[in-house]
Design a binder for this molecule. Structure first.
Ligand code: AMP
Ligand code: GLY
Length: 424
């Protein structure tokens, strides 16, 4: 069959890599893709938000299955456009992708269905938000309602910081229309765990947990990023926690969306905080995480096409996920120095051939491009170096060893990815 993947990051490279292992797949296309994806798929320069262009291409090539990796097109309704044209597509409809597209919606949903999350209030008026902030305890968390490239979350330690935050989000509209509505949320403490799942509208199947490192610098300091590295499974995600989440969070979320007339099919990403009072939902995403996909998908034993199709057809109840449970994965992101604030791109990358033929090592491309026959840096996050080991420690030392195999000017990485492993 012919498969079409939409997106251009490390997540999409991981999805394409899984698809390339499927015996059912003959040809993969990716729009727009990147230089790494180009080794496994034919990349076509159509932008992820050009729904007409993507649909036309898919129809011309008689694509059998389209997989949408990115949040923007999902929240914008690309799945509805493809379905209306009779195409088979993996991902939530617009009505369901709102689970990620609106934080106010997801908070209200959790409140209505008693799904554990931080207490909160939603605001559309900056003055009302400011008055409310005079009554709360600090730190407090401000969240722009809509998509903001993962940057619309401000943790404020004082009333002054919170007032500045309201201005940033609602008045100066730094995150654009995302700031039309703002959530003010209780600050939670604990360990953060990401759990990805496949959903077919009714049934949910949980993937192995992962733990992300969102801050830019060692010691979890510095600005928030899309993720500087991660590991899977999380040793802190115990079977008791899993049982609790299945009962109080996962299935209830799927049931709530169905009850609201917004049945969700695709991937739900649960961002959880393991607090002293039990796990609570920090956020939902309506897609694979990046780099979570880079540590979870390489250990998935199922043919991924079977799972995508079960989600589309509503037959996930007949499928069990299988992971290489005797193995662990660690991903270290190689970024451009200065990310996420400002950085240069266009530097040649050397040493990529060192990954060829090595089963336990993956070099997922996040921000790369082909320029005059040479692969160059083309983003803040450039490569995700993933290694598989018998346990987390072995995977971590293998991943760090492999970070030395590639070079580019202004290469930057954190040196403490997986430090939490030592505390487990
Ligand atoms: P989000 O984009 O919602 O994932 O938020 C980005 C990051 O902000 C999360 O990964 C957490 O580290 C942090 N965060 C979000 N909400 C809270 C909260 N209620 N309490 C503490 N930290 C939070
Ligand atoms: N790594 C977090 C995300 O994909 O949103």
């Amino acid at each position: 069959m012919k498969v079409f993947v939409i997106g251009s990051g490390g997540r999409e490279h991981a999805i394409v890599t899984s698809l390339s292992k499927s015996s059912r797949v003959d040809k993969i296309y990716c729009a727009p893709g990147n230089a790494g994806i180009a080794a496994l798929a034919e990349c076509v320069p159509i932008k992820a938000m050009d729904f007409d262009g993507l649909l036309k291409f898919a129809q011309e090539k008689q694509i059998d299955l389209t997989v949408v990796g990115m949040d923007d097109p999902l929240v914008g309704g690309i799945v509805d456009v493809f379905e209306a044209a009779g195409m088979r597509v993996f991902g939530p409809n617009k009505a369901a992708a709102i689970l990620e597209g609106s934080k106010a919606f997801s908070k209200d949903l959790m409140k209505k269905y008693n799904i554990p999350t931080a207490s909160y209030e939603n605001f559309t008026d900056p003055g009302e938000a400011m008055n409310y902030l005079k009554t709360v305890r600090f730190p407090v968390v401000l969240k722009a309602d809509g998509l903001a490239l993962g940057k619309g979350v401000l943790i404020c330690n004082s009333l002054k910081e919170a007032m500045d935050g309201v201005r940033t989000i609602m008045t100066d509209r730094k995150f654009g229309d995302s700031g039309n509505t703002m959530v003010v949320e209780e600050f939670l403490t604990g360990r953060e765990v990401s759990v990805l799942s496949f959903v077919d509208g009714r049934t949910i199947r949980i993937m192995d947990s992962a733990q992300d490192h969102k801050r830019a610098y060692d010691g979890d300091e510095g600005p928030n990023t899309g993720g500087m590295g991660n590991f899977s499974p999380s040793p802190f995600y115990t079977s008791e926690i899993d049982e609790y989440c299945r009962k109080h969070i996962y299935q209830p979320t799927v049931d709530a969306m169905a009850k609201e007339g917004r049945p969700f099919k695709g991937v739900i990403f649960f961002g959880l905080m393991l607090t002293e009072d039990g796990p609570k939902v920090l956020e939902y995403n309506a897609r694979f995480g990046d780099p979570e996909a880079q540590v979870v998908l390489p250990r998935l034993k199922n043919d991924i096409v079977d799972i995508f199709e079960a989600c589309i057809d509503g037959t996930l109840d007949q499928t069990e996920l299988e992971f290489e449970s005797d193995k662990a994965a660690v991903c270290v992101v190689l970024a451009s120095d200065g990310y996420p604030v400002s950085y240069e791109k266009g530097f040649p990358i050397t040493g990529l051939e060192n990954f060829e033929g090595k089963d336990d090592y993956y070099c997922f491309h996040a921000g790369t491009a082909l320029k005059d026959g040479q692969i160059v840096t083309n983003g803040g996050r450039v490569l995700g170096i993933t290694a598989i080991g018998r346990d987390l420690k072995e995977a971590r030392s293998k991943a760090y060893e492999a970070t030395e195999w590639v070079s580019f000017e202004n290469k930057y990485m954190r040196h403490d990815i997986g430090h939490a492993i030592d505390e487990a």
